[in-house]
Design a protein around this ligand. Sequence first.
Ligand SMILES: C[S@@+](CC[C@H](N)C(=O)[O-])C[C@H]1O[C@@H](n2cnc3c(N)ncnc32)[C@H](O)[C@@H]1O
Length: 298
Amino acid sequence: MDEYIKSPMNYTGGKYKILKYIIPSFPKGMKNFVDLFAGGLNVGINVDSEKIYVNDQITYLIDLYRFFKNTDTDTLLRLIYKRISFFNLSQTNAEGYKALRDEYNKTKSLLDLFVLSCYSFNHQIRFNSKHEFNTPFGKERSSFNDSIEKNLIRFCDALKRKNIHFSTFDFRDFDFSVLHTGDIVYCDPPYLITTGAYNDGKRGFKDWTPREDAALFVLLDRLDKQGIRFALSNVFAHKGQTNDALVNWSKRYNTFYIDKTYSNCSYHFKDRGTKTVEVLITNYEWEASKYKQTALML
Ligand SMILES: C[S@@+](CC[C@H](N)C(=O)[O-])C[C@H]1O[C@@H](n2cnc3c(N)ncnc32)[C@H](O)[C@@H]1O
């Protein structure tokens, strides 16, 4: 069995592949943990904390997790297979997929949203400005396969087992007054310099702009002053662009460089322009953050 649970959502920007860096950075014996930009919930679902707050602005996504938590897993699987058979869904039946999409846009059934995500292009969940699901068909690539089923079962078991509190706030409106010294807020916002489906300006939800980045830095500084711990995933550089405001802001905190090749944790000037420089910024010390990282010359 894999060490970590993988979200059945195959979410764009999901952190499953780098959980082995993120999860060990969290302190032991946590009382309250906030996954402020939960997305596919790859992080929050793997956290060991007395209470886990799961927040994302996409209300449909959070409602789907509530549905998973409150539905018996065998029943859920039976319902999924019934929908697949009713619409004759497969990797080649585009008409069946479109019929289900039309149906979902009329009923907003949470079950149908999940089934759609299994057959959609890159498993993406996208909505237009009228909040209609509009991801195209994932022809020859996406389906409800054995690995999604296995991931779904483990994910639902963990949802049922853990003490999770769901919310759908814009990150600025989350009620941080529930937190105390030592609690931790994990942030995995959209990255300003990469384009995820959630910051391409084509969704019915708020886009991510330099304003949001700046507001998040102010918020994290405030939490730091209150003695609340935070960890922020982000990228310093991507395809020749750098997020200078982020690099400057990060200097007061600890930065851990995540190497996609998993061979080492440092980046060099020569990598600039070619590599995505992915980081985890924390306002607390943890094992790996104690090692002096090779200076990033941006
Ligand atoms: C990079 S994804 C998170 C991925 C997640 N950590 C995972 O591993 O699956 C970023 C998430 O931030 C959410 N988001 C974007 N803007 C937001 C805002 N203003 N307030 C709250 N959530 C927001 C998006 O809906 C998206 O799900």
